[in-house]
Design a protein around this ligand. Structure first.
Ligand SMILES: [Mn+2]
Length: 232
């Protein structure tokens, strides 16, 4: 039986419509799972029921996490938040992590997992971590934007059996202080943490890049989704 994967909901820029980039659903389907978008409701009963029904969870990309969640205030107008997603995702992580069910975080998903574990973020890379490396690529979004070095012995390095990986990159924030218990699986050329895992957990992986954008053409992106669904 194909596993049911709960996908955390996205919302449009005007905050009027829930939405989902089809790439997330297609990548899950291709890897052997059935994706379902969860409601943007964070009351305890709803979160528990959703956590109960689904067998794996994908934390998607989206707006910035409110800096107050990691003890800061916004550094500039470049920080655009949507607190109802923070509320839902923190509540969902708390319930799901107790269940031990597999979790994959992508982009914002990686950031929210880091903040949930007590880490902090660069709020605005161009001003707080200026570099020559392109983290805000222009279309086409399925093409690599920069390289990452995979940490020797990390589950991601063991999966892909290579030391360097060319990845997509569409983020203006990134992990700054690593959350408690998380381990680095990949770092960009300019020293940003681009992938993490929680070693004392069955499968909790998170990447800063967008494997869903390149899953049709890139073997490493396919392998990442397959590893997630296989863990489920
Ligand atoms: Mn990047």
């Amino acid at each position: 039986m194909k596993p049911l994967i709960g996908v955390l909901p996205q919302i449009d820029e005007k905050r009027e419509f829930l939405r989902m980039f089809p790439d997330y659903f297609e990548a899950i389907k291709e890897a052997g799972g059935i994706p379902i978008m969860l409601p943007l409701l964070s009351d305890e009963e709803t979160v528990r029921k959703c956590a109960d029904i689904c067998e794996g969870f994908l934390f998607t990309g989206g707006p910035d996490i409110a800096p107050e969640r990691y003890g800061e205030t916004p550094v500039s107008q470049s920080v655009v938040t949507f607190p109802p997603r923070d509320e839902l995702e923190m509540a969902m992580l708390e319930v799901v992590e107790k269940s031990g069910k597999p979790i994959l975080g992508i982009c914002r998903g990686a950031q929210v997992i880091n903040v949930y574990h007590g880490g902090t973020l660069y709020q605005d890379l161009p001003t707080q971590h200026p570099s020559e490396t392109c983290h805000a690529q222009k279309p086409p979004f399925d093409m690599p934007a920069h390289n990452v070095t995979l940490t020797a012995g990390s589950p991601l390095q063991e999966l892909l059996r290579k030391d360097e990986l060319a990845v997509t990159s569409r983020h203006h924030q990134a992990i700054r202080k690593l959350g408690d218990g998380l381990k680095v699986m990949a770092e960009s050329e300019d020293g940003l943490i681009e992938a993490v895992c929680l070693p004392d957990y069955g499968f909790l992986w998170a990447v800063q890049w967008h494997p869903e954008s390149s899953h049709k053409t890139d073997e490493a992106s396919k392998a990442l989704f397959r590893a997630f669904i296989n863990a489920v």
